[in-house]
Design a protein around this ligand. Sequence first.
Ligand SMILES: NC(=O)C1=CN([C@@H]2O[C@H](COP(=O)(O)OP(=O)(O)OC[C@H]3O[C@@H](n4cnc5c(N)ncnc54)[C@H](OP(=O)(O)O)[C@@H]3O)[C@@H](O)[C@H]2O)C=CC1
Ligand SMILES: Cc1cn([C@H]2C[C@H](O)[C@@H](COP(=O)(O)OP(=O)(O)O[C@H]3O[C@@H](C)C(=O)[C@@H](O)[C@H]3O)O2)c(=O)[nH]c1=O
Ligand SMILES: [Mg+2]
Length: 284
Amino acid sequence: MRLLVFGSTGQVARELKRACPQEWETHFLSREEADLSDPEACASAVCDVQPDVVINAAAYTAVDRAEEEEQLATLINGAAPASIAKACADLGIPLLHVSTDYVFDGSGETAFSPDHDTAPLGAYGRSKLAGEKAIAQAGGNWLVLRTSWVFSAHGNNFVKTMLRLGKERESLGVVDDQVGGPTSAASIAAALLTCAKSMVAGKTGGIYHFAGTPDVSWAGFAEAIMDRAGLDCRVDKITTADYPTPARRPANSRLDCSAIERDFGISRPDWRNDLDAVLMELNL
Ligand SMILES: NC(=O)C1=CN([C@@H]2O[C@H](COP(=O)(O)OP(=O)(O)OC[C@H]3O[C@@H](n4cnc5c(N)ncnc54)[C@H](OP(=O)(O)O)[C@@H]3O)[C@@H](O)[C@H]2O)C=CC1
Ligand SMILES: Cc1cn([C@H]2C[C@H](O)[C@@H](COP(=O)(O)OP(=O)(O)O[C@H]3O[C@@H](C)C(=O)[C@@H](O)[C@H]3O)O2)c(=O)[nH]c1=O
Ligand SMILES: [Mg+2]
């Protein structure tokens, strides 16, 4: 199997590197090797490598900064995936792409199913939705895996932020009115590889949801992080209004993950186990 991955340093890309079977020929492209702000270069990379399957694990992920850089975010998250998808469709190879809960407006309290109407609240979500739509339009065999609240031992994520602040502070205010499923990058990598193998064997993709269980608020997640890391930092539950940010975030990020279980046999991972594994990796 020859696998081409856009991304090399990100959370999901790093875990893909770890999880790929040794006998596979893998090509992980860093920003230097394929810059997503140059969509044509990304399509050329696909043609150069002639892979059996492509995974796009690179993206513009700075949610607040995207409010000021929507054009750049849309180039990277919208135009580049469009170009990659066309190249894959032309070659007749499957494309797997990672997207986000932030394509939804977060209304209600029930979990969003993959076919639920999208209505992003911010620039990052709009840019990711542009990518999803372009991929679907390109034809070919594609799979969009929407996930949420990604964490790992590497890169920037909420777990690493809480561990840093938890060492410095006696208490921390964290929003308790945004609820979702924290998802380890390792579990996403495993899910992507399972789906990739099935698609290379002929299975059809689509839009799928995949997130850790149980759903929890950011404050609840923060409490678990402090508790499991043995940090003596109190988490004060606050509201979104108490924590102003440039980008609006969905209050309800719950994702209905039943389709991926039904079609690919992949069940929701318990984020508490994955959190323990990440803390172990960080020697905590
Ligand atoms: N992080 C999260 O909480 C969530 C992420 N997702 C999605 O999951 C996917 C993977 O995210 P994650 O692993 O967390 O990403 P990270 O934020 O950890 O890393 C982003 C990656 O994208 C690369 N990248 C950014 N801009 C470019 C560019 N112009 N050209 C080439 N590469 C670029 C970065 O490279 P460099 O190191 O050079 O900057 C980095 O490798 C993304 O599609 C994201 O939208 C979905 C839900 C939640
Ligand atoms: C650091 C901090 C954050 N918060 C809040 C802000 C926000 O609502 C929430 C999480 O903060 P973050 O900055 O990690 O959130 P954010 O970067 O928006 O995380 C998102 O990233 C993108 C890429 C995604 O696709 C989403 O699934 C999601 O993971 O916690 C607090 O309430 N107190 C704090 O001390
Ligand atoms: Mg962030």
